[in-house]
Design a protein around this ligand. Structure first.
Ligand code: ADP
Ligand code: MG
Length: 403
C-alpha cells in the first residue's frame, strides 16, 4: 500500500551537468510583515538544491507562496525567500517575474556560477492552480530535467506539479520527497505494534477520512484538542461552551462503536484545562471529564496527560496529528508540550504530520526527538489515507496500453 516509488527516478539518476533543471520546491513559508517566521521548508529544500549545484546543474527554482488573489500581489512575493536562499547558499538569487517568458531560458543559460534563478510566486499565474497546459508548455520550453521536491504541494494537481512533468520525459523526485514517502510508508507497511494514532486539532470534520483509514491499521486512538469535545458530547457528557461540531456527533458515536467492536483502544480526556474566556488566559482544571456550563476546554488536563503518556510509552509506532489544545497561547500549551515530551521519550517510530502539529512539536523543544516531522500537512494526511498524490503519479513512466 501507499504509492511506492517504483519506476520513479530520483535526482541521482540524471547527469545534471550544464542541464537546465526545473526544481519544484515547497518554499511556501509563513510570513509576517514580510519576515519569514518559520524557515523549515527552506532548510528542508537545501540538500536537493546543493546536490544539483554540486553536480553542475543550471537551476530554475520554483514554488508557490500563500494564496495571492492577483498577479503581483506584493504580500505574496518570493522576495523574502530569495533573500534567505541567497544567504543560505552564498549565491546571488535572481528573482524572475515572468515565468512564462522566453527570457527565463536566456537568464538561466547566462547565469554565472554564483547566480541562481528563482521564479516569482507560481500562483501569480492563474494557470498554475488551473493546471493549465499552456503554462506547463511555457515552463517545459526551458526545462531539460524536471525534479519535484515539493512534498507539501504534491497533493495538488497544479501546473508545476502535474501538467508540467506530464509533458516531459526526464523527470524525477528530490531528496525531501523521497524521505517523506519512505517515512510515511513505514506507517502503511507492516508498522511495529502497538501502533497508536494521536489525533487532535481544531475539527473532527478535517480528519474524518484519515480517521476512517487509520481505523483499519492502528491499535488505538488517543484523542485531544477541540476534537475531543465532540466525542465527549457523543458519550452524553456536558462540555460547556467548548467547541463542538454538532453535525459530527453521530460520526463520533459511530467511531466509538466501531473501535469497541474491533477491540481497539480509544482514549478520551478524563480532565481538562478550562477557561471562561479565551482572551483572559485564566485557567482552571476540572477534576472529571464533564465541563460545566460557561467553561470552555482549551487543552487536556494533568490526569489525561499521564494516561496518554502511559499509552505512548507502550507504543512502538506513533502517528501524531493535531495539537492537544490551543498550544499557541502559552497558558494553554502544557498538555500539547507534555505529549511531545512523552513522544521524545519513546524509542519507537514517531511521525508527526500536520502544519500546526509540526509547529507545536517545534515550540515544545522536542522536535529533534521525533523520527520525522512531515513538511507537508495536507499531503501527508492524504498520503496516509492511501490517496495517490498527483505530484508523484505524474512522474511515473506512461503506461503502455495492451501490456
Ligand atoms: P494540523 O495543522 O496539525 O493538522 P489542526 O489544524 O487540525 O492541526 O489543528 C490545530 C489548531 O487546533 C490549533 O490552531 C489549535 O489552537 C486548535 N485547537 C486545538 N485544541 C483546541 C481547543 N480545545 N479549542 C480551540 N482550538 C483548539
Ligand atoms: Mg492546521
Amino acid at each position: 500500500m501507499g504509492s511506492d516509488l517504483k519506476g520513479i527516478k530520483t535526482i541521482r539518476d540524471f547527469e545534471l551537468k550544464d542541464k537546465i533543471v526545473f526544481l519544484r520546491l515547497d518554499l511556501n513559508v509563513p510570513l509576517e510583515a514580510g519576515k519569514i517566521t518559520d524557515e523549515t521548508r527552506i532548510t528542508a529544500s537545501l540538500p536537493t538544491i546543493k546536490y544539483a549545484l554540486e553536480k553542475g546543474a543550471k537551476l530554475v527554482l520554483a514554488s508557490h507562496l500563500g494564496r495571492p488573489k492577483a498577479a503581483g500581489d506584493k504580500k505574496y512575493s518570493m522576495e523574502p525567500v530569495a533573500d534567505r536562499l541567497s544567504e543560505l547558499l552564498g549565491k546571488e538569487v535572481i528573482l524572475v517575474e515572468e515565468p512564462k517568458s522566453d527570457a527565463v531560458k536566456a537568464l538561466v543559460k547566462g547565469a554565472a556560477k554564483n547566480q541562481i534563478v528563482l521564479l516569482e510566486n507560481l500562483r501569480y499565474e492563474p494557470g498554475e492552480t488551473e493546471n493549465s497546459e499552456d503554462f506547463a508548455q511555457a515552463m517545459a520550453s526551458y526545462t531539460d530535467i524536471y525534479i519535484n521536491d515539493a512534498f507539501g504541494a504534491s497533493h495538488r494537481a497544479h501546473a508545476s506539479i502535474d501538467a508540467l512533468p506530464r509533458l516531459l520525459k526526464n523527470k524525477g523526485i528530490g531528496f525531501l520527497i523521497e524521505k517523506e514517502i519512505q517515512m510515511l510508508n513505514q506507517l502503511l507497511e507492516n508498522p511495529k505494534r502497538p501502533y497508536l494514532a494521536i489525533l487532535g486539532g481544531a475539527k473532527v470534520s478535517d480528519k474524518i477520512d484519515v480517521i476512517l483509514k487509520l481505523m483499519d491499521v492502528v491499535d488505538g486512538f488517543v484523542i485531544g484538542g477541540a476534537m475531543a469535545y465532540t466525542f465527549l458530547k457523543a458519550q452524553g457528557l456536558p462540555v460547556g461552551k467548548s467547541l463542538v461540531e454538532a453535525d459530527k456527533i453521530s460520526f463520533a458515536k459511530d467511531m466509538i462503536r466501531r473501535v469497541e467492536a474491533r477491540d481497539k483502544t480509544l482514549l478520551l480526556p478524563v480532565d481538562h484545562v478550562v477557561t471562561t474566556d479565551i482572551a483572559s488566559r485564566k485557567v482552571m482544571t476540572t477534576s472529571c471529564p464533564a465541563i460545566e456550563e460557561n467553561f470552555m476546554g482549551v487543552v487536556i488536563g494533568p490526569k489525561t496527560i499521564s494516561q496518554y503518556s502511559a499509552a505512548i510509552r507502550g507504543a512502538k509506532t506513533i502517528f501524531w496529528n493535531g495539537p492537544m489544545g490551543i498550544f499557541e497561547t502559552p497558558e494553554y500549551a502544557e498538555g500539547t508540550f507534555a505529549i511531545a515530551k512523552a513522544l521524545s521519550e519513546n524509542t519507537g517510530l514517531k511521525i508527526v504530520g500536520g502544519g500546526d502539529s509540526a509547529a507545536a512539536a517545534e515550540a515544545s523543544g522536542f522536535a529533534d526527538k521525533m523520527t520525522h516531522i512531515s513538511t507537508g500537512g495536507g499531503a501527508s494526511l492524504e498520503y496516509l489515507q492511501g490517496l495517490r498524490l498527483p505530484g508523484i503519479e505524474a512522474l511515473k513512466p506512461p503506461k503502455i496500453s495492451g501490456l
